[in-house]
Design a protein around this ligand. Structure first.
Ligand code: AMP
Length: 396
């Protein structure tokens, strides 16, 4: 497999798939540029080599052409951060002339590839057409790597000799591999978020890999109820109770310690200014719901995190969007930051965990923060991602 560091893009037209699915406000201005910024090292490497770039991306979930999801809204910012005039192809299937005229040092941005349903269908003819614009395919879209779409995977078939990971993709794969396949021990996974049903696959897979699993957020209450606890009005998925019991049994068999919240900050309604009272998590009154992990739990979790040499984190510990219920998530983020300072390898990912880490201004204090949500979870479930396979598998 060729790598981007040693590949020379001189006089080559590089088709680069990025994930520019960035949030836009009502005025179509970008409100978070993280994903664009993360692609810059790859773009700069290609330009510095004397190559040109054809950028492919999706934005949103348009059904056909939709101005709100147009990538033209990204042009001013892209121009600012690359320092290069960016050409724009309003129809990604009609860019032959613009691609042909591209000179070294220039960038052509193709309109949202999802304006065509062929993209999500993984249509080969569509991929072949886009492939005809360039000499080399670079996949730098880790956040979309769990999709087998035309430009995230299928297009690689047309570049059997010249397909590469971009620098972001490579960093994501390297860091996640280090955590999942080569962790220093003890290895602790922290999983939070709303529903256990969306995280049970990763929990079950991690039970074969980790020493400890720390649970927080809404899903914590399903596990407590499964153990016979009384969790009041807290978020519970009753259909997952048996699955939660099985998970606890497997953990015991595998010698994995599962941490659930000892105490909970409960409230009578779902709002920032709602009342807050602390209860043992298995004795929450019928009229109240759990909104955050409690102070004893915070201390316990903190110690377990500080005792770990590798930490993987996905999902908040409580309703962190409300300041009054964000303490548990902050305490965990702070403990992971401290663990990093002490030499542990720490990796976090997923939209909400990263939003929380940014809210607490702790991003710099993690060893690595993934740009992906779903793709990271699938990677950590041990699944093969098409966006990775299409590059590493010569026969793809
Ligand atoms: P997820 O997308 O599954 O990672 O869930 C993230 C969401 O879980 C965030 O919006 C949190 O507000 C929410 N959440 C965390 N803890 C709780 C809780 N105790 N009750 C309800 N929602 C929660």
């Amino acid at each position: 497999m060729k790598t981007i560091q040693t590949y020379s893009f001189k006089n080559k037209k590089a088709l680069v798939r990025v994930d520019y699915n960035v949030p836009l406000n009502e005025q179509s201005e970008i409100t978070d540029t993280t994903r664009i910024d993360a692609s810059l090292p790859t773009l700069k490497k290609i330009l510095a080599d004397g190559g040109s770039i054809i950028i492919m991306s999706h934005l949103g979930r348009p059904k056909g052409r939709d101005e709100k999801c147009s990538l033209k809204h990204l042009l001013p910012y892209l121009k600012q951060v690359t320092g290069v005039e960016i050409m724009f192809a309003e129809d990604c299937l009609q860019a032959d002339a613009q691609a042909a005229q591209l000179k070294p040092g220039q960038i052509l941005l193709l309109e949202n590839v999802r304006f065509y349903k062929e993209e999500t269908d993984g249509d080969e003819a569509f991929a072949r057409k886009l492939a005809s614009y360039g000499d080399v395919y670079v996949n730098d879209a880790f956040a979309t790597a769990h999709r087998e779409h035309a430009t995230t995977a299928v297009i690689a078939r047309f570049f059997p000799e010249d397909k590469l990971f971009g620098l972001l993709m490579q960093a994501e794969v390297d860091n996640l591999n280090q955590v999942m396949n080569n962790p220093k021990r003890p290895f602790t996974a922290i999983l939070g978020g709303s529903k256990i049903s969306t995280k049970i696959n990763i929990i079950n897979y991690l039970l074969t890999k980790v020493d400890n699993i720390i649970l927080g957020g809404g899903m914590n209450y399903t596990v407590h109820k499964a153990m016979g606890g009384h969790v009041g009005k807290s978020l519970v998925e009753d259909e997952m109770l048996d699955v939660a019991r099985e998970m606890l049994e497997t953990a015991k068999k595998n010698n994995v310690k599962v941490y659930v919240s000892e105490d909970t900050v409960a409230s009578d309604r779902f709002g920032n200014d709602a009342m807050r009272r602390i209860f043992p998590t298995d004795e929450i009154p019928d009229t109240l719901e759990g909104m955050d992990i409690g102070p004893k739990t915070c201390l316990n979790y903190r110690q377990a995190i500080l005792d770990s040499a590798t930490v993987l984190w996905n999902g908040p510990m409580g309703v962190f969007e409300f300041d009054n219920f964000s303490n548990g998530t902050f305490m965990v983020a702070d403990a992971v930051a401290r663990a990093t300072e002490n030499g542990s390898f720490t990796l976090a990912g997923g939209g909400d965990s990263v939003a929380a880490i940014n809210k607490f201004k702790l991003a710099e204090k993690f060893s690595y923060i993934s740009t992906a949500g779903g793709a990271m979870l699938e990677f950590c479930e041990g699944r093969e991602l098409p966006g990775i396979r299409c590059i590493v598998d010569e026969k793809y």
